[in-house]
Design a binder for this molecule. Structure first.
Ligand code: ADP
Ligand code: 5GP
Length: 249
């Protein structure tokens, strides 16, 4: 039986990496697909750990040899998920977690019919801006330590504003996702995320459900998009997106 493909998307700065790193630590038999990208490494990132950092020519070669399950251009750089991660996770009977953008999520949903998708939202635009700035400051400190005063900086107004604008466009696509996770309090978000994975595993197993299983399903169900609409409306308003977008199903 093939494993579950879990897609997680979020506007940059929502806390998706923080959440997925923790999820990988606490959930067994869940593999993480390391994407290929043409963007330069940020802060302490290492090739083969956060991403495989490759050149545009190498990326184009991978496209032409049909090595990607999906790929997209994000912030002017190419990002792609190699098919081999899905092959290898399936061979081991493991589930696979993909941290990809809304364009990639749509492609995977088309190719892998029963993929499960989760969209992470920040509690508000203001909080997203705070998180983006905080992270950019931390990345800049590290860059300066490594490269000196000539370091390429990330906490520039242009970069922050561009990411906020892109966030609004990405959030417009929330309706194509199965679950919505509002990343307010981190511990709670991690619990919900873990429950979603466990619930999807339970749905595919034939085991008789225990009271604990029922409780896990209930937590996951509350994060289903339909259930989350009132909370989503409030968040959309902070991004000037009230009268939310057309559901693209
Ligand atoms: P993303 O992967 O979505 O771009 P990160 O995981 O890098 O975002 O998080 C962006 C910043 O927000 C980081 O500084 C991180 O520590 C912080 N952060 C993440 N989750 C929360 C949370 N629930 N509450 C407050 N800060 C958070
Ligand atoms: P960052 O550069 O901040 O790490 O990521 C920028 C965006 O690219 C995020 O939305 C992230 O989810 C997305 N991304 C990362 N890897 C992939 C990938 O393999 N495919 C697609 N489509 N998007 C990706």
């Amino acid at each position: 039986m093939s494993g579950i493909v879990l897609i997680i998307s979020a506007p940059s700065g929502s806390g998706k990496s923080t959440l997925t790193n923790e999820l990988r630590r606490i959930v067994p038999n869940l593999e993480f697909s390391i994407s290929y990208t043409t963007r330069p490494p940020r802060g302490s990132e290492q090739s083969g750990r956060e991403y495989f950092f490759i050149t545009r020519n190498e990326f184009k070669r991978m496209i032409s040899e049909d090595e990607f399950l999906e790929w997209a251009e994000v912030f002017g750089n190419y990002y792609g998920t190699a098919k081999r991660f899905l092959r290898e996770a399936t061979a081991r009977g493991h589930d696979l977690l993909l941290d990809i953008d809304v364009q990639g999520a749509a492609q995977v949903k088309n190719r892998v019919g029963d993929a499960v998708s989760i969209f992470v939202l920040p509690p508000s635009r203001q909080e997203l801006e705070r998180r983006l700035r905080r992270r950019a400051e931390a990345d800049d400190d590290l860059q300066r330590q490594l490269m000196g005063d000539g370091a390429r900086l990330f906490n520039t107004e242009a970069i922050i504003q561009r990411r906020l604008q892109t966030a609004s466009h990405e959030i417009e696509n929330f309706a194509q996702y199965d679950y919505i996770l509002v990343n307010d309090r981190l511990e709670e978000s991690i619990d919900i995320l873990k429950s979603i994975v466990e619930a999807e595993r339970l749905k595919r197993s034939r085991a008789v459900l225990s009271p604990r299983d029922e409780a896990v399903l209930a937590v996951a169900n509350r994060a289903r998009r339909e259930q989350m609409m009132p909370q989503i409306e409030t968040i959309l308003a902070t991004f000037d997106l009230s009268g939310h977008p057309t559901v693209t199903e």
